[in-house]
Design a protein around this ligand. Structure first.
Ligand SMILES: C[S@@+](CC[C@H](N)C(=O)[O-])C[C@H]1O[C@@H](n2cnc3c(N)ncnc32)[C@H](O)[C@@H]1O
Length: 336
């Protein structure tokens, strides 16, 4: 099956979902084939979140670094970027593909072998063959835990080697304790040069404060073949009505489900494209926590936005659907 798919016209609200979709009215048919492995279906994940305009999001991320970093006098120097919990690595690959004059190297990090394998195939498709001295040789994917990747002993990466780090689409929600978050931020801080930036994208805290009643976020992605003919759809639920929310730990047990329906003649044996459902505990953050834990890790908050766009104010009632914090490294992490 081709990886090409039509972007969803619908747009559900909240969480990791796209902006402005109405909640899904009808109950989708969810087939539970393999619970507990939502990120081991990278092709489904990639389809589900392919509504994003990666080129525009990366433009914002690079512009934010230009604006807030104090690491280099000469802003025209190409930079080294790293994305933690990068999944299919669409942003790090797009950075090299579309902004080659601004990016010297692009590194992705994730804990999931399946995501890494999938992303390396994408990198070969989009950046050319490795070993040819081209863009592909500026991209690397490292299997590691975002909590420890930059720890001083045993890291495969040099301290201070990166100018800008990204943790996108609420991936920090997987760090459910303060120890984990501080460890991740300190580790990232070690990898950044002085004055470098870390941009974190989270669900907007408005959601955290209305979490007593969990609501369903769902959307559908139509699938199209090379001729534009629809041959199926992917239904996604990222958070359901009866999810449990623990207001003390700020953890919601997210119901995550992806169900692919494909017409008979397009069915294949591709085991990567199946339907999955699982319950994933995810932490919801407030701005104050990011500011405080960032400070421990040697960061100050340099900028804030309501989306990966400099046109969306974080306080905008209608526009802001994410909390995007641009942190600047001002000193070494505190040892606790
Ligand atoms: C919501 S996806 C985000 C992927 C990507 N940032 C994006 O924008 O599409 C979360 C990713 O975090 C990864 N992940 C979860 N815990 C991790 C950890 N402790 N260290 C590294 N990656 C982790 C998962 O494997 C998954 O690929």
């Amino acid at each position: 099956m081709s990886r090409k798919n039509k972007k969803s016209d619908s747009a559900p609200s909240g969480g990791f979902a796209p902006k402005n979709n109405d909640e899904v009215a009808k109950e989708p048919q969810i087939i539970i084939q393999d619970a507990g492995r939502i990120y081991s279906r990278p092709a489904l994940y990639d389809l589900a979140f392919g509504y994003r305009n990666y080129e525009e999001e990366v433009r914002f991320l690079l512009d934010a670094h230009d604006k807030y970093s104090t690491s280099s006098e000469d802003k025209s120097n190409p930079i080294n970027i790293i994305e933690l919990a990068a999944g299919p690595a669409r942003h790090t690959i797009s950075a090299l593909r579309h902004f080659s004059s601004k990016v010297h190297s692009s590194t992705a990090v994730d804990i999931s072998k399946d995501m890494i394998e999938y992303a390396l195939e994408t990198a070969d498709e989009e950046l050319g063959d490795p070993g040819m001295g081209g863009m592909r040789d500026k991209f690397q994917y490292i299997e590691s835990d975002m909590r420890t990747i930059g720890q001083t002993d045993g890291s495969p990466l040099q301290p201070g080697a990166f100018d800008s780090a990204w943790i996108l689409l609420g991936s920090m929600a997987h760090l459910t304790t303060n120890d984990d978050v501080i460890s991740c931020l300190s580790s990232t801080s070690n990898l950044l040069c002085q004055g470098g930036t870390l941009t974190i994208e989270l669900p907007h805290p408005r959601e955290t404060f209305s979490m007593v009643d969990c609501t369903r976020n769902g959307w559908e992605v139509p699938l199209e073949d090379e001729n534009g003919e629809e041959y199926g759809e992917l239904k996604i639920i990222w958070g359901d009505d009866d999810d449990k929310f623990d207001p003390i730990r700020q953890i919601r047990d997210f119901t995550v489900a992806m169900d692919l329906t494909v017409s008979e003649d397009m069915k294949s044996d591709d085991s990567d494209l199946q339907s999955v459902k699982e319950i994933v505990p995810m932490r919801l953050f407030t701005y104050q926590e990011i500011e405080a834990m960032g400070r421990i890790a040697g960061f100050e908050v340099a900028g804030m936005y309501g989306a990966l766009s400099d046109e969306v104010d974080v306080n905008s009632e209608d526009g802001a659907f994410r909390l995007v914090c641009v942190l600047r490294k001002i000193k070494s992490p505190v040892t606790l």
